[in-house]
Design a protein around this ligand. Structure first.
Ligand SMILES: Nc1ncnc2c1ncn2[C@@H]1O[C@H](COP(=O)(O)OP(=O)(O)O)[C@@H](O)[C@H]1O
Ligand SMILES: [Mg+2]
Length: 237
């Protein structure tokens, strides 16, 4: 059963995270609301993972504010995150999903089968999760995240270490999930992927939000030098 409130819109206001003298996230103001996926792009070390973890509520801010559906302390039930290298329980694929379902009231076997099918793993529930290929584990991680019926799903470079076929499989799932009304916020350093999936694109550089625009506009008319350099493949950390 869905929680009675949503975590959307998710609003970051001058969100800042410092680690000692280093500012990892620098006054980022950004809103995520229902709609097509938001793609976070930027060179390595620009703060993408930090921003996703903060938006998930896993990292405290040094200053600034984050609110989820107007609340400062949202229930984590309506948010889910898939890390770049998801860790599977040393159990079957089905058990990994079942573990995430534990808090819900849906009959498990049926829901597990639905989720496995959604990510293209139908019939593979009995396989040991850790023996699945990298792409299959990434899809299982997606199924596990979706088990919690999130309103917003954060994906941290989910295709970074995958081959083209596995990458396409993940992109198809992202489209499918977005079409079902889940807000997807996904980081990538693959500009082609940002073009293919992005409703809007946010460019981070050195912890700052440099540019945020509808995807078409971001690629056709970048407003900043950093965005132009990034699109040309020349933005270095
Ligand atoms: N806990 C931490 N302490 C110190 N520096 C960190 C910490 N976490 C991340 N960083 C640094 O912050 C920067 C941004 O990191 P990250 O968010 O992982 O970037 P991205 O995901 O875009 O590659 C990097 O320079 C990274 O080394
Ligand atoms: Mg990262």
């Amino acid at each position: 059963m869905r929680a009675p409130f949503s975590d959307l819109p998710l609003v970051l206001t001058e969100a800042t995270i410092a680690a000692g003298p280093v500012t990892i996230l620098d006054k980022v103001s950004l809103m995520f609301d229902a709609g097509p996926p938001t793609l976070l792009v930027g060179p390595n070390g620009s703060g993408k993972t930090t921003l996703l973890r903060a938006a998930m509520g896993l990292l405290p801010l040094t200053s600034g504010r984050i609110s989820w559906g107007g609340r400062d302390n949202a229930s984590p039930a309506r948010r889910a995150i898939v890390f770049q290298r998801p860790v599977m329980l040393r159990r079957s694929a089905a058990a990994n999903i079942g573990y995430a379902l534990a808090a819900t009231d849906t009959p498990h076997a049926q829901r597990i089968d639905e989720l496995l099918a959604l990510v293209g793993l139908a019939g593979m529930g009995n396989r040991p999760a850790r023996r699945l290929s990298g792409g299959e584990q990434q899809r299982l991680a997606l199924a596990r995240a979706l088990a919690r019926d999130p309103a917003i799903l954060f994906l941290d470079e989910p295709t970074a270490s995958l081959d083209p076929a596995s990458t396409k499989a993940i992109e198809d799932i992202v489209r499918d999930v977005a079409a079902r009304g889940v807000k997807v916020v996904m980081s990538t350093h693959d500009l082609g992927q940002a073009r293919r999936l992005g409703g809007d694109v946010a460019l981070l550089h050195r912890g700052r939000l440099i540019e945020h625009a509808p995807a078409e506009e971001f690629f056709a008319q970048p407003r900043t030098k950093e965005a132009r350099d990034f699109i040309a493949g020349e933005l270095l950390v």
